[in-house]
Design a protein around this ligand. Structure first.
Ligand SMILES: [Zn+2]
Length: 210
């Protein structure tokens, strides 16, 4: 069974949003020090590498990640590569192919190294969210740290997702994934009251790749 892992490694080198908590590992017990077992604690933001945003991240009193249906995070999915300039938004006319699945992952190539923070990544135009909603898309994923531009203050695409109940995956690694149809598996953890969760995102090819 072939699985494509589209998750960046979680280590202290993984970049997080400026001001957010980078991952670190606290060793409580260590067999190398003579302890009978190894035991460690993870300290990190929940917006860590490949992650699912909960609506409560961008909407007051909106559902937290434990309250979100898992259904968007598992099932038929399409990967599209988009030719979009840095620091700009993907509009509907930039999509190179018709939408064929209820989950859409967009590869922009504008954030190629998750261990190097870049602020000029591309994002989604709010009208793209509306366009995809009308075509039955229920999850949008992207290979950048946010579906809104780095400098965005009012997060228009996140707000559009709130309006349409669209699930969001950010921080995916898609550059080596050919366009086509897959099964997406990217379940968030059941973190009560949290505004996001890291996911282990993988793709299983569904149809013959072009
Ligand atoms: Zn987000």
């Amino acid at each position: 069974m072939m699985l494509l892992d589209i998750t960046p490694p979680i280590s202290p080198r993984l970049q997080v949003w400026p001001g957010d908590t980078p991952p670190s590992r606290e060793l409580l017990r260590d067999m190398h020090r003579g302890d009978p077992f190894t035991l460690s604690t993870l300290h990190a933001t929940v917006h860590l590498g490949a992650h699912a945003d909960a609506p409560s991240h961008y909407g007051v009193d909106a559902p937290t990640i434990d309250e979100c249906s898992l259904e968007p995070y598992l099932g038929p999915c399409q990967v599209l590569h988009v030719n979009v300039p840095r620091r700009s938004c993907i509009t509907p006319n930039m999509l190179s192919a018709a939408v064929q699945a209820p989950r859409l992952l967009l590869a922009t190539g504008t954030y190629p190294d998750p261990e190097r923070l870049q602020t000029d990544f591309a994002a989604l135009a709010p009208e793209l969210v509306e366009h995809l909603h009308r075509q039955g898309v229920k999850l949008i994923g992207i290979d950048t740290p946010s579906i809104d531009l780095f400098d965005s203050k009012d997060l228009p695409s996140h707000r559009q997702c709130l309006k349409y109940g669209m699930a969001i995956l950010e921080g995916l690694m898609l550059k080596d994934v050919p366009e086509g149809l897959y099964e997406l598996i990217a379940l968030p953890l059941k973190l009560v009251d949290f505004d996001a969760s890291p996911v282990r995102a993988v793709l299983r090819p569904l149809a013959k790749q072009s």
